[in-house]
Design a protein around this ligand. Structure first.
Ligand SMILES: [Zn+2]
Length: 337
């Protein structure tokens, strides 16, 4: 009897989930301060922002109120996406490290693994990730679950079992489409300032071509420049890469809406791996000792966005995704390393 009740419950749960596809998007270390208030008055005085008078950067992004500033920085996000999506302004990282690998792993496994993942070391994720779980539960092929990123270390973060997911991150080459093969070549002629992070342009262009040609059911796109420019204290570039991120979101949503495979049945979830400091001394940095680096944000959009439930923590993001997709967060969280 109990089994029958559970079975019918599971069936009815699955029946009213319209969400068939998942697009997960992250922007590394993109602070809530920029997302929700635009150009920071404090950091407008950073040398890289131009301290003397009116600069081109200020003309582009400075406005009198926080609402105007955020709309100037991220016009698509604030005028088109946010009014229709569920925006969580205060989400907390629960891992103790507040750096990238622990943060992405917390998003992708629904838990902090502070005993094992203590920094950005190149270790294989010990726990089945959301991408692998979705592939298993939805009986998808490797091609149908893909990840494109800028930062090299994702190759160890996004899967427990090497080879279970299609991955192209860092300066990896691949040739799923002719455009991806071309971008794989060109990225080596246009090197970024960082050894392990390519320009976001390459990851995003590859992801978009993969989306339109291969039509994956699960796609994860990971932007990286927002973090690296901040570490370099280039506030001008932080703003420019955030604006690029916004333009990319606009193109992503327009593309999804133009494709019958994705229109009205796709969840798009946007979040970040960690916050950063809020003072002139520490805005460029993050980590366990930086106050405020545990505060992130999350945006949920899709036909089942109201079934995602509240998101208070970074580890709550994967369960929210699974609720939208009619799958069991409890089953996912029962998986052990
Ligand atoms: Zn960082």
């Amino acid at each position: 009897m109990l089994i029958r009740i559970l079975l019918s419950l599971a069936l009815s749960l699955a029946a009213f989930a319209e969400t068939k596809n998942l697009i997960l998007v992250t922007a590394d270390g993109l602070r809530w301060q920029e997302l929700f208030t635009g150009m920071d008055p404090l950091l407008a005085n950073e040398k890289s922002a131009g301290t003397e008078g009116k600069t081109a950067l200020r003309e582009k992004f400075w406005r009198d109120t926080p609402e105007q500033r955020r709309a100037a920085l991220m016009p698509f996000f604030w005028t088109t996406l946010a009014p229709r999506a569920v925006v969580h302004e205060d989400v907390r990282v629960t891992n103790g490290f507040r750096v990238s690998y622990p943060g992405y792993s917390e998003i992708l496994t629904g838990r902090a693994q502070d005993g094992v993942i203590q920094g950005n070391d190149h270790i294989q994720n010990p726990t089945e990730t959301l991408l692998e779980f979705l592939r298993r539960k939805l009986k998808l092929s490797r091609q149908e679950v893909a990840m494109f990123g800028s930062w090299d270390t994702f190759r160890w973060i996004v899967e427990k079992t090497p080879g279970s997911v299609t991955i192209n991150t860092g300066y990896m080459n691949s040739a799923e489409t002719s455009r991806i093969a071309e971008l794989s070549r060109v990225q080596r002629d246009i090197l970024s300032p960082w050894d392990a992070v390519r320009y976001d342009y390459f990851a995003f262009e590859m992801a978009m071509d993969y989306l339109t040609k291969v039509k994956p059911r699960v796609l994860y796109i990971a932007f990286g420049e927002t973090d690296d420019w901040a570490h370099n204290r280039r506030y001008d570039r932080v703003l420019e890469s955030t604006a690029y991120f916004d333009r990319s979101l606009e193109r992503l949503f327009k593309t999804l809406n133009s494709m019958p495979n994705y229109r009205n049945n796709t969840a798009v979830v946007i979040t970040s791996d960690h916050g950063r400091g809020s003072k002139l001394e520490d805005w460029s940095s993050h980590g366990s000792k930086v106050e405020g680096a545990d505060r992130i944000w999350a945006v949920i959009s899709g036909p089942d966005q109201n079934r995602a439930g509240p998101i208070k923590t970074q580890s709550g993001i994967a369960p929210a995704i699974l609720r939208m997709m009619g799958l069991s967060p409890e089953e996912f969280l029962r998986t052990r390393p």
